[in-house]
Design a protein. Structure first.
Ligand code: GDP
Ligand code: MG
Length: 441
């Protein structure tokens, strides 16, 4: 998966403090591959990775994250932004009825969606009317009537026996009918063709003009793959739409079509259709789709954890202490204990391209060492903990006895502490590296 490949890329970044153009390119290359694997259209991939690269090389900093994590965060943010950022809700007319028109290729899932939407709206207290304006296929009207019965809502259909009806007139009549019969929403199902078709597009455009819908929803099959861009553009030019519904997300499509359509049309995706049943339907969540497209679950979780664990106030406090050179053994112990508290810390540390000396120390960190450190520091008097310079030979011997350690252990701990304090001072002057869950060591 991309997570694995990125983890591999990050490993190569470990020894570097700042991300170079080459590092960014390596990460971006993996992301590009993942997007293409997810069937995002090539033109969209190019534009997207270009933007990510630019941001990743700019000076924006998120101090909770290491540079490699930052690239992933940028990718995720950009994806979510293109996919609409916030969840977009259906817009209702000030003066009912609200008219919702569906458009899309044949088989995209329009009629099924009409039923899902009607059932959903009815549950929310609306009084939807389904309108059969697909007079192209012989069975289409009947299919909508079946769906209407399942959803428990009324269906407006042309009188049978009038020959081939005019879908524009049916749609117009339906809106008038809804006004008379107090239906507050009108859902117009329209015809589709297997491919984009000029006549069909004109018909859909005319239905739109005649009914002036509050929403025109373009329904597109998530499995459509690379054809998504051309199809979406054709519908945008021919009918234009206010929102997108992604259907058949229950299949194994990674959802690249979502990104392609959203990116090319700039229209928000409002719903996701996830099955043949009328309840298989949900509001579209840009963030969930972003991780589905990238297949980035693990890494995003790590980033979230790093963000959460990062306590800016705590870091500032330590930074102040460092600046005033009052970082003590007690602080040192506290830092180590925080490390122990962060369960996934080891995993995160594996991804850190942090400073070399600190990395070495962190790599050597283990729980036993923490136990020994605790024992030794707890055997010190408060005054000793606050000022390690008091620790002469006889005090060290006393501490070693009290903690059940050797004098060598005590010496090593103090040496390590001094090294850490010195390093932190340097780091504090030149900007702090951020370690999730502990601030700088
Ligand atoms: P239309 O031609 O655009 O009206 O498409 P339909 O609503 O008739 O759907 C075409 C086929 O796709 C039908 O067999 C539906 O049951 C099926 N379908 C529609 N939406 C979904 C979905 O979200 N998931 C799955 N698995 N099948 C769907
Ligand atoms: Mg249909």
């Amino acid at each position: 998966t991309l997570s694995d490949r990125l983890a591999e890329t990050f490993k190569n970044l470990r020894t570097k403090g700042k991300l170079s153009a080459a590092d960014v390119d390596g990460t971006v290359r993996e992301i590009r591959r993942a997007l293409l694997d997810a069937d995002v259209a090539l033109e969209v991939v190019k534009e997207f990775t270009g933007k990510v690269r630019e941001r990743a090389l700019s000076d924006e900093v998120n101090r909770a994250l290491n540079p490699a994590q930052q690239v992933v965060q940028i990718v995720n943010e950009e994806l979510v932004a293109i996919l609409g950022g916030q969840q977009r809700r259906l817009q209702f007319a000030k003066n009912p009825p609200t008219v919702i028109m569906l458009a899309g290729l044949q088989g995209a899932g329009k009629t099924t969606l009409a039923g899902k939407l009607a059932k959903h709206l009815a549950k929310e207290g609306h009084t939807p009317l389904l309108v059969a304006a697909d007079l192209q296929r012989p069975n289409a009207v009947n299919q909508l009537q079946v769906v209407g019965t399942q959803a428990g809502v009324d269906v407006f259909a042309p009188e049978p026996g009038n020959g081939v009806g005019d879908p524009v007139k049916v749609a117009k009549d339906a809106v008038k009918h809804a006004e008379r019969t107090q239906h507050d929403t009108v859902i117009i199902d329209t015809a589709g063709r297997l491919g984009v078709d000029a006549e069909l597009m004109k018909q859909a455009g005319n239905i739109r003009k005649a009914t002036n819908p509050d929403e025109v929803l373009f329904v597109i099959d998530a499995m459509i793959g690379q054809d998504a861009v051309a199809t979406a553009k054709a519908f945008q030019d021919g009918v234009d739409f206010t929102g997108v519904v992604l259907s058949k997300l229950d299949g194994d499509a990674r959802g690249g079509a979502a990104l392609s359509v959203a990116s090319v049309t700039g229209r928000p995706i409002i719903f996701a259709s996830t099955g043949e049943g009328l309840d298989d339907f949900e509001a579209f969540h840009p963030d969930r789709m972003a991780s589905r497209i990238l297949d980035l679950g693990d890494i995003l979780t790590l980033i979230e954890q790093a963000q959460t664990a990062f306590d800016e106030e705590e870091a500032l406090k330590v930074a102040e202490k460092l600046a005033s050179e009052s970082f003590t053994l007690e602080d040192f112990l506290g830092q180590m204990q925080q490390l122990k508290g962060a369960g996934s810390i080891k995993k995160m540390l594996g991804m850190l391209p942090g400073a070399g000396a600190m990395r070495q120390q962190l790599d050597q960190f283990d729980e036993k060492e923490l136990t020994r450190t605790e024992a030794i520091i707890q055997s010190m008097t408060p005054a000793e903990r606050r000022n390690h310079k008091l620790l002469n030979g006889s005090r060290r011997l006393r501490i070693a006895r009290g903690s059940g350690m050797t004098v060598t252990d005590v010496n090593q701990l103090i040496a390590r502490f001094e090294q850490a304090a010195k390093m932190m001072k340097t780091v504090a002057r030149g900007g702090m590296p951020q370690i999730p869950g502990m601030g700088p060591i």
